[in-house]
Design a protein around this ligand. Structure first.
Ligand code: CA
Length: 482
């Protein structure tokens, strides 16, 4: 239960009233994004395993998306898609090894043109230096959790402290010294809760004496699934190292027993990292309130993709299964979005940029492939809104996680995935030892994606229809088949 202060409530009511009038001013945009934070570890999304009171404040005061999906579920490509509003095959950032061309247009450049001051703070991870930001202070590459180095406008400096808190500090510092006469767009990107899940010292003992509930498919043994899925090396315990677990695996421990033991170590550290994120989200919201900016500011909380929290026995992301595909997406803007609203439309990471430009009163450039969901969040979903989404993971068998390249389609009811197993000349490890394989899931009757229906003759017409839809969608977005 979230309670607003009197001042916050008055601010919201005032802004809602002002929204009815003409010429509303350009809203500020505070975009907070974490790295690998799955929505099922957010209490507003019904988490059974943790409580995130500050992230929940955004949901309480705004809209919660239940079907926001990532177009390529891995860090660097998703970040590029968010900035450019384009799929990987269009923006050229397919894998972790690709770099964002600094000359490429993106949302911050367009917002600058629209009169915004822009800042990028925290994890960037796009190999080139940021462009389109008046101020930037980023982690080199992945960055580290403890006493991290930051690169501020090109100058490296090491800081004492915990990465998540420092990113909070730097974001607040910038907000305090910004030009108050211009709207702001700040991207505050946390490293947490990315592997190796190292918590702040103050949370080292959180959950110590508790047993965190296990997901119902922690002991998935992949019967009936594609062979390449059964071979994925993202198994909790089995595919973790000493840095992940912070201790040695007891000799002789293996199979389901190893998974059970390692799950507790893994999930507790993951959730401890999130607790610091939640604290810092609270600091940002408090600042907006104290400065009377809450009503004029669009606040976003999201993550670059989802994550497997022991689901299917896995950690990590990449595979087009729900836990990795789904992004948490919470958006608060009291002037236009009703508190506690829900949106189930299929939204994509490439839609964020056009949406922000829409709110800024700027026209998204033609090369952006996403679509503004402003009308959707305001309760008026366009009749021709998409009914299916296209996904493609390109980083074929990186030699570590062993996830084959694949693409697929997700509709409200179905998901069809094609593991094509060929790297198409992309960089990364070769050579493919996987044969092309398909999976079909009934998302209504099997939301945990345990039963592959692809070879079931009763679903032959569904498969035929989905293949046709997939081919059409792939062509529409400008991609080519494997
Ligand atoms: Ca990530």
């Amino acid at each position: 239960m979230v309670t607003y202060t009197r001042r916050e409530l008055l601010g919201m009511v005032g802004a809602a009233g002002a929204a009815l009038g003409a010429g509303r001013k350009q809203p500020n945009i505070l975009y907070m994004m974490t790295d690998d934070h799955a929505s099922h570890a957010i209490s507003a999304y019904g988490s059974r395993i943790n409580h995130t009171p500050h992230i929940d404040r955004i949901a309480e005061g705004g809209v919660r998306f239940t079907n926001c999906f990532c177009t390529n579920s891995i860090c660097t490509p998703s970040r590029a898609a968010i900035l450019t509003g384009q799929y990987s095959h269009r923006n050229g950032v397919y894998t972790l090894n690709d770099r964002l061309d600094p000359n490429r247009n993106h949302v911050a450049k367009e917002l600058q043109k629209a009169g915004y001051q822009t800042a990028m703070i925290g994890k960037w991870h796009l190999a080139s230096d940021p462009t389109g930001f008046d101020y930037w202070n980023i982690l080199p590459g992945q960055g580290v959790y403890y006493d991290p180095v930051f690169i501020e406008g090109g100058t490296k400096k090491q800081y004492q402290g915990y990465c998540t808190d420092l990113i909070g500090d730097f974001t607040l510092d910038w907000l305090k010294r910004r030009d108050p006469n211009k709207p702001f767009f700040v991207m505050s990107h946390h490293k947490a809760p990315h592997r190796p899940w190292q918590p702040a010292p103050k949370y080292a003992d959180l959950f110590r004496d508790q047993t965190i509930p296990e997901p119902d498919n922690l002991y998935d043994h992949y019967e009936g699934r594609a062979r390449s899925v059964a071979d994925v090396k993202m198994r909790v315990g089995e595919n973790m190292n000493r840095t992940d677990l912070k201790t040695d695996i007891p000799p002789g421990l293996k199979g389901d027993a190893l998974r059970k033991w390692a799950y507790q170590l893994y999930i507790k550290d993951y959730l401890r990292c999130i607790q610091s994120v939640d604290d810092n989200v609270g600091r940002m919201l408090d600042y907006l309130e104290t400065e009377r900016l809450a009503s004029d500011t669009i606040v976003i909380y999201t993550s670059d993709q989802g994550f497997f929290l022991g689901d299917h026995g896995w950690f990590d992301k990449r595979v087009m299964y729900e836990e990795a595909l789904r992004m948490p997406f919470l958006m608060r803007y009291p002037a236009a979005i009703r508190p506690k609203s829900l949106n189930g439309d299929i939204a994509l990471n490439i839609d964020f940029a056009p949406t922000f430009l829409d709110y800024a009163g700027a026209k998204p450039p033609a090369e952006m492939q996403g679509r503004s969901f402003r009308a959707n969040v305001e309760g008026h979903t366009p009749k021709d809104w998409r009914k299916a989404m296209y996904y493609r993971y390109w980083m074929h068998n990186d030699g570590d996680h062993h996830v084959p390249a694949h693409y697929g389609i997700r509709t409200e009811r179905w998901k069809l995935i094609y593991y094509y197993g060929r790297p198409l000349g992309m960089r990364g490890a070769n050579p493919p030892d996987t044969q092309p394989e398909w999976e079909l899931f009934d998302m209504r009757n099997d939301p945990r994606e345990m039963k592959n229906l692809y070879s079931d003759p009763r679903h032959a017409s569904v498969v035929r229809d989905l293949k046709a839809q997939l081919e059409k969608l792939q062509k529409e977005v400008g991609d080519t088949p494997a």
